[in-house]
Design a protein around this ligand. Structure first.
Ligand code: AMP
Length: 289
């Protein structure tokens, strides 16, 4: 395996990556896995840094999973920046990159899918039917191909992290899930590969997502407990910024993702909305006190 500051070893076949990771494990090394769809930014790299700090060997996967995109979504436009991604991973000291072609993961005739858990139903599950079926199927495959000790996910995709944790528990998968904090731009826009789609005015408009979430946090801080009141204010912040295509504004229990009526415990506030043609999501833990 390459050492720090050398180019990572890029593998493209299931057989090669499995062999490399199984070999590392059998020589006593701990393995961290960071699954991504590429177009890497500082959010992804924070997961990479966490893995490098905690594990002997870090494997980053770059695979734009077609099964997690719905019809009419941005699969064709999704940014592909492999060379730049490999350069940033080399800089971080990543050892192994798995960048398979579509047919390597989903060969002709592929037809087995995971039925996602209950927590996949609301929120993204409701707005993007089939999304979590695609996510869980490919993540399960990656977990088998890359027998890591730890897998790193971002809080940015909060529901995804809850869905993956549930799947790992339900299938007794021998991997520990670490969820790392959301990395934001200096003006608090959550980093996302999809931010590249935004025009300058849309980039400004997109700040309303975080403003909406921090409004929820502020209201709770001021003693407001009524979820419907808080949701209405969150919605107002988006609409005032000219965002009208809102998929959801939600206040949910952190584990079950069920809506809360009264904010008396830690809660996760989530928003999903279109800024122009670009669908963005963000979330914030609130009501911790
Ligand atoms: P993606 O390439 O969008 O599938 O994301 C790969 C992983 O990076 C997922 O676990 C995401 O939750 C995580 N991620 C994406 N954006 C951020 C961010 N801004 N901060 C932290 N993690 C992130």
């Amino acid at each position: 395996l390459s050492s720090f500051d050398e180019k990572p070893c890029v593998l493209t076949t299931c057989q090669d990556i499995h062999q490399a990771v199984a070999g590392a494990r059998s020589s006593g090394k701990t393995v961290g896995l960071v699954p991504t769809m590429g177009a890497l930014h500082a959010g992804h790299l924070s997961l990479v840094d966490a893995s490098i700090a905690q594990c002997d060997v870090t494997v980053v996967t770059i695979f734009i999973n077609p099964t997690q995109f719905g019809p009419g979504e941005d699969l064709a436009e999704y940014p592909r920046t492999l060379e730049a991604d490999l350069a940033s991973l080399a800089e971080r000291g990543v050892h192994l990159v798995f960048a398979p072609a579509n047919e390597e993961i989903l060969p002709p005739g592929y037809s087995t899918y995971v039925e996602p858990p209950e927590v996949a139903r609301p929120l993204e599950g409701r707005c993007r039917p089939g999304h979590f079926r695609g996510v869980t199927t490919v993540v399960l495959k990656l977990f088998h191909l890359i027998p890591a000790h730890v897998a790193y996910f971002g809080h940015k995709d909060y529901q995804q992290s809850v869905v993956i944790r549930r799947m790992v528990e339900d299938f007794d998968l021998p991997v520990r899930i670490e969820v790392c904090p959301t990395v934001r731009e200096p003006d608090n826009l959550a980093m996302s590969s999809r931010n590249a789609y935004l025009t300058p005015p849309e980039r400004q408009q997109a700040l309303a997502l975080y403003r909406s979430l921090s409004t929820a946090a502020e209201l709770v801080g001021q003693g407001e407990r009524h979820a419907a009141t808080i949701r209405a204010k969150m919605q107002e912040v988006l609409v005032d910024a000219g965002i009208t295509r809102i998929d959801y504004v939600a206040l949910v229990k952190p584990e079950s993702l069920k809506e809360t009526d009264q904010i008396t415990r830690p809660t996760v506030a989530l928003v999903a909305a279109f800024v122009g043609q670009t669908r963005l999501i963000d979330n914030l833990r609130i009501g911790q006190s």
